[in-house]
Design a binder for this molecule. Structure first.
Ligand code: FPP
Length: 243
């Protein structure tokens, strides 16, 4: 007999992706340097990671630095890189203790060698864990990722390992940085901007979106819980008609 409780269960977003926007504005409104906003953003991240398992979130993907963010001032770019390095060094023990697995996506060879080394070290250190899967997008752009995936697919075709007519949705997904990850159910963006900004263009084809009118340093576990509740009330049809 069908489990009616399961049939009536509200949809749960198990993979949430977040564009953590508005750190700079949050700081500037308080007369603080922009980097103070990014530092506050890291604190929020800590709370959110802690809250995810209880909220039923198994995968969290975070947009930390886009391919376009290199255009920012040298002070801000180097400050952000310093923050990433410090985050990895300071948080690794906490992440291991909480059973959090960290992966990075993006074009990492443009980053400083020491940051690349720390990223590889943290991925390896946390690879056995499953309590929460966190993917951090650094030097990431959706178009850049699709181009790199296309090049990998073409290399496989040229090598005779893949036939062009066999290149389909699933095969190209396998060439993406996110090959081992499920697609996001819900994409959130803070700061009031209503844009996708080159984030997960391929993977979020069927995701629900919510744009929040608050800056990332004001995003709390309660706000995330509210987004997940609203997601539960949405009807997801993936292009089909309502049943
Ligand atoms: C966007 O705000 C935010 C960023 C470009 C950086 C996000 C980074 C963090 C939250 C740091 C922590 C991340 C990790 C993984 C350690 P903005 O500067 O564009 O804000 P604005 O639109 O108000 O200028």
């Amino acid at each position: 007999m069908a489990n009616t409780r399961a049939l009536h269960r509200k949809p749960q977003a198990s993979h949430v992706a977040i564009i953590m926007d508005g750190n700079g504005r949050w700081a500037q409104r308080r007369g603080l340097p922009r980097l103070a906003g990014h530092a506050k953003g890291v604190e929020r991240l800590r709370d959110i990671l802690k809250a995810c398992p209880d909220l039923g979130v198994t995968h969290l993907t975070l947009y930390a630095f886009s391919t376009e963010n290199w255009k920012r001032s040298e002070t801000e770019v180097s400050g952000l890189m310093r923050l990433f390095r410090r985050y990895i060094r300071k948080e690794s023990a906490r992440l291991v203790q909480a059973g959090v697995r960290i992966r990075f996506i993006g074009n990492r060879h443009r980053l400083d060698k020491d940051l690349q080394g720390l990223m590889a070290w943290l991925e390896e250190l946390t690879s056995p864990f499953t309590a929460l899967n966190v993917t951090v997008a650094i030097d990431y752009g959706g178009r850049d990722e699709i181009l790199r995936a296309t090049r990998r697919a073409m290399t496989a075709i040229e090598a005779g390992d893949l036939r062009a007519e066999d290149l389909d949705d699933a095969t190209l997904s396998g060439f993406m940085d996110t090959a081992d990850l499920p697609e996001p159910d819900l994409v959130l963006r803070t700061s009031g901007e209503v844009r996708v900004s080159n984030f997960l263009l391929w993977q979020a084809a069927y995701a629900e979106y919510e744009f929040l009118d608050l800056c990332w340093p004001d995003f709390t576990a309660e706000v995330l819980a509210g987004c997940l509740d609203r997601y539960g009330t949405r009807e997801r049809r993936f292009g089909a008609v309502a049943g």
